[in-house]
Design a protein around this ligand. Structure first.
Ligand SMILES: O=C(O)CCC(=O)C(=O)O
Ligand SMILES: [Fe+2]
Length: 252
């Protein structure tokens, strides 16, 4: 049975690809259909409810697609695969599906970057964030540093904007323009999808105490050929027959 569309029409051609490569992230506002938004919210609320008292090392948030069949069905959804392949090319692998729900009072996350193929820029790793109900910059908001991904540094760390500016950012410029690197605070409407290269410096601001939960899930994929390290997939899930996902689950 064909799956319901998850994305509205969008353009991701050479221009958009160039921007993603230049900036390190690319925002597709209002991409998720109303149906996808509703089903994602239900699935993410379910995953959230399973967390208290969960099994250590097999947390519902960290292995979200293994706990929820709708989230699982998106790994190889034709529209998802089309988007991922527009970024990474044909030969791709699935790495993780993690729920990133942030209830009121959630503390966000400090500045960091992630690892993959530091020695070979031909191999990319992309995170696809589904910000189901969006966010404001000062309320569970994603921040990033345009151009930081081009340094391919998997170990960027800073607790505050100031320590990032005084530390890793100090004296760094965009390799293509020579402009000093700077922090960008995003603000996105509901239904937004954000693509981000894995080496981009990013952080999330705290969710306000009085705010509702920010419903978010991220899917990670990479271009086949390099060892991504620990993939957040259990051996059982790797063996599971998910239509369309057979190749995605193979070792790198
Ligand atoms: O919660 C977010 O918006 C981002 C989380 C994050 O840093 C990640 O999934 O890599
Ligand atoms: Fe991250």
């Amino acid at each position: 049975m064909p799956q319901n569309p998850i994305f509205h029409d969008y353009t991701f051609g050479a221009q958009e690809r160039k921007e993603l490569d230049h900036v390190g992230h690319f925002v597709l506002p209002d991409l998720l259909t109303a149906d996808a938004q509703q089903r994602l919210t239900e699935s993410l609320a379910r995953v959230e409810s399973l967390i208290p008292g969960c099994k250590k090392g097999y947390e519902p948030n960290r292995f979200a697609a293994e706990y929820d069949s709708y989230l699982e069905s998106l790994i190889a959804h034709p529209q998802m695969l089309k988007l991922v392949r527009q970024v990474l090319g044909e030969d791709i692998r699935y790495d993780h599906c993690v729920s990133l729900n942030r209830p009121g009072g959630n503390r966000g996350i400090h500045w960091h970057s992630h690892a993959y193929a530091e020695d070979d820029p031909r191999y990319g790793f992309i995170r696809i964030f589904f910000y189901v109900n969006g966010f404001a910059a000062d309320d569970g908001g994603l921040k990033a540093v345009p151009g930081s991904h081009l340094y391919r540094d998997p170990k960027i760390q800073a607790a505050t904007d100031d320590t990032l500016r005084e530390g890793w950012l100090a004296g760094k410029t965009h390799p293509q323009t020579g402009d000093p690197l700077a922090i960008e605070a995003l603000s996105v409407p509901r239904g937004t999808v954000v693509l981000m290269w894995t080496h981009a410096a990013h952080a999330v601001t705290p969710r306000k105490q009085e705010s509702d939960t920010r419903w978010t899930v991220v899917y990670g994929y990479y271009k086949s050929g390099k060892d991504p390290g620990e993939r957040w997939i259990t051996p059982e899930f790797e063996q599971k027959r998910i239509p369309g996902a057979e190749e995605l689950m193979l070792p790198y």
